[in-house]
Design a protein around this ligand. Sequence first.
Ligand SMILES: Nc1ncnc2c1ncn2[C@@H]1O[C@H](COP(=O)(O)OP(=O)(O)OP(=O)(O)O)[C@@H](O)[C@H]1O
Ligand SMILES: [Mg+2]
Length: 343
Amino acid sequence: MAELRGYLRGEPNSILFLHGPKSSGKTTLMYRLFKQIIQENAYEINFLNLRKVFLTSYDDFIDAFFKSTEQNKGIKTGTRRQYSLFGMFKLDAFTERMLHQKKEDPFLVMEREFQRLQKKDIQPVIIIDEFHKLDGLYMPDKQKRLMVELMNFFVAMTKESHLCHVIIASSDAFFIEQVYVDSKLRKTSRFMKLDYLEKEDVFTWLGDVGKYNKVKEYTLDQGQIELIWDTVGGSAWEIYSILEQLFQRSLTEIVDKIKREKVAMIADWCFRDPTGGRVKVLELFRETDVLGIRAFVPEQLNTLGQAVKDNILYYDPLDGVYGVQGKSLEWGIKGYFDVENAA
Ligand SMILES: Nc1ncnc2c1ncn2[C@@H]1O[C@H](COP(=O)(O)OP(=O)(O)OP(=O)(O)O)[C@@H](O)[C@H]1O
Ligand SMILES: [Mg+2]
């Protein structure tokens, strides 16, 4: 939170790209930030979670970015129907129609709104979660990738005209690398990684589930906490899931089930690639959970990209390394190859 607040304090100068493995808490953090600064009058914050949005065409993008909000939908002010962008920009029905008819440039519409806000001394902030979902969409002329155009626009809004803060979150940092290659945007972004919880925090948490989770039915001893850490690491979501199951099952039973599930998941993922390329990539992660780009050959790039997209591996754009998305998946990989060897 402190790092994010620091970013917002300055003049808009770069895009902030928040990345990190599956379920590390990116969305939770963004919502927390949203809640905090929406109460302050200095910012106009616009949060768009693309996971909740159906996106297959340019029109879907226009709908998602310029849709009227529930509360002012259909409310007529004077003779013009008011709409808002991310619940912020007051757009009239005419502009929206022009956008849909592609007679109005959505980027110009946004820029005009940013300028209007800045004149009122209000700092616009845009947060887009699950940004990678825009991949595969094209501009109306079908030549340009929407995501690249949007990134170029955000560069203009941050680095060049300092009009608006832009925070983009995604667990897929591989795709963003592709965008940077295409549009030479790399130096215009700041990367922030949100990783799983630290060991110390997990031990403090699990050492007092009564206090942190209001659990009265059981407590966990050091051995059990070790076993949980050893199985899922600092993945809060998986820890919660274990704590819930502990009401019905023993920890060893739960841990065994998690590991079997992950082996099955890896087996399924590998099975879907008849060339055997996926197996070759994952085999490299048997002994280590992080590998630099030099461990691979260029032909493996597509498989690596797919692994990141499917949340098997994560990509860290800062260090240029690939890692397994979580400790439980490391068990899955180990288990998968041990079974292969045994067979
Ligand atoms: N700091 C935290 N402490 C405890 N639990 C947390 C914390 N951050 C997140 N969680 C929990 O972890 C789960 C995953 O969080 P969240 O959905 O925010 O992750 P994410 O990084 O956005 O995941 P994805 O990669 O799927 O988008 C949620 O159930 C959330 O309640
Ligand atoms: Mg998320």
